[in-house]
Design a protein around this ligand. Structure first.
Ligand code: B12
Length: 273
């Protein structure tokens, strides 16, 4: 890729260590519908994807690892905005738009096309260094960096994630969201009896990590060395915490959702000695 070294030093300077680039065109027909879609530059040509590791081992927790750390949207957007700003200065006349999660880009596939890792049967991007314990974000630009389709590699299909999924959400060719505990623990309102029973099969009052915990490619991977995710970690929530704590990934839902889950998993409301 032309400009690789220049881009690398610029992105590293902004705290973006793991990144890659791919052609926008193969993604154009697969964009997710969301309001942020309007921000995609008119003549989008390339996507710069970045991965940020977030996991440190937690001996005791009742929320999934992604919610232990400060809200990744608030952490990563400023990093990518700063990077986009530096890129605009370095490549005058081109547009650079950052996105995190709330993004029209199917981030897992885009990151795989950028060579950041492979796509697991659990639908997640698995990097060689940190496994799947990374958040993704990207900058879409009209600067041509890469043409053509880069192949997306997949995991060796060992079957562990499929077998371990508490809700059996990974049995078909697509993830069945309605049986995914991550989805159910985040769902607003009253859960049906079947949904509540599934939440009770899990261990966590927010999110689910089962398909990642059993993944063979996650064995022996490095813990996070990204400073914003090494601090401010809250692995355990008790009644009342969700309303009190701000700037967390669960903040986009009313606190009643976690309170409901704590009632479904009462033993998880007690901090063990
Ligand atoms: C909505 C969403 C969820 C929903 C639904 C997920 C789903 N798969 O339907 C719920 C709440 C369940 C969820 C759960 C989780 N999520 Co989520 N989620 C998203 C979000 C916002 C959109 C995903 C989406 O709706 N995809 C649409 C469906 C249709 O995608 P799909 O089934 O994969 O179909 C696409 C592919 O088939 C693709 N495709 C197939 N073949 C090919 C080939 C090529 C060449 C291309 C280009 C595309 C392509 O095209 C389809 C349409 O785009 C993304 C961020 C993003 N913008 O991508 C994060 C994201 C995927 N989630 C993330 C995380 C961390 C999680 C959890 C681990 C959180 C947790 N601990 O509980 C769990 C994991 C559950 C699991 N195993 O998937 C991370 C994943 C990071 C990683 N390492 O991969 C992301 C990327 C957020 C981020 N910015 O970091 N999530």
């Amino acid at each position: 890729m032309e400009n690789r070294e220049r881009l690398d030093s610029l992105l590293q300077g902004c705290g973006v260590r793991l990144w890659g680039a791919c052609d926008f065109n193969p993604l154009a027909g697969r964009l997710l519908s969301c309001r942020a879609k309007a921000r995609i530059p008119e003549k989008a040509a390339s996507v710069l994807c970045a991965a940020f590791p977030y996991r440190s081992r937690e001996p005791l927790r009742n929320v999934s690892y992604y919610a232990v750390v400060p809200d990744y949207h608030s952490v990563l957007l400023p990093v990518l905005r700063a990077a986009a700003g530096r890129l605009s200065e370095a490549f005058a006349g081109y547009a650079f738009e950052p996105f995190v999660d709330n993004s029209p880009i199917p981030e897992v596939y885009a990151a795989a096309m950028c060579g950041l890792g492979i796509v697991g049967d659990n639908g997640l991007l698995i990097t060689p260094e940190y496994g799947s314990w990374v958040f993704l974000g990207e900058i879409v630009t009209d600067l041509p960096l890469f043409a053509g389709q880069q192949p997306v590699q997949t995991c060796p299909h060992c079957g562990r994630c499929r077998a371990a999924c508490p809700g059996g959400a990974l049995t078909g060719s697509k993830m069945e969201k309605s049986r995914c505990l991550s989805h159910l623990t985040q769902k607003k309102g009253t859960l049906s009896g079947e949904e509540a029973a599934l939440v009770q099969k899990g261990e966590l009052v927010w999110g689910c990590d089962r398909c990642q915990e059993v993944c063979t490619l996650n064995r022996g991977v490095k813990e996070t060395d990204f400073p914003p995710f090494q601090e401010g970690r809250i692995p355990f929530l008790r009644t009342g915490d969700a309303a009190r704590l701000t700037g967390r990934a669960f903040g986009w839902r009313p606190p009643e959702v976690i309170e409901r889950n704590l009632r479904l998993l009462p033993s998880k409301d007690e901090r063990l000695p």
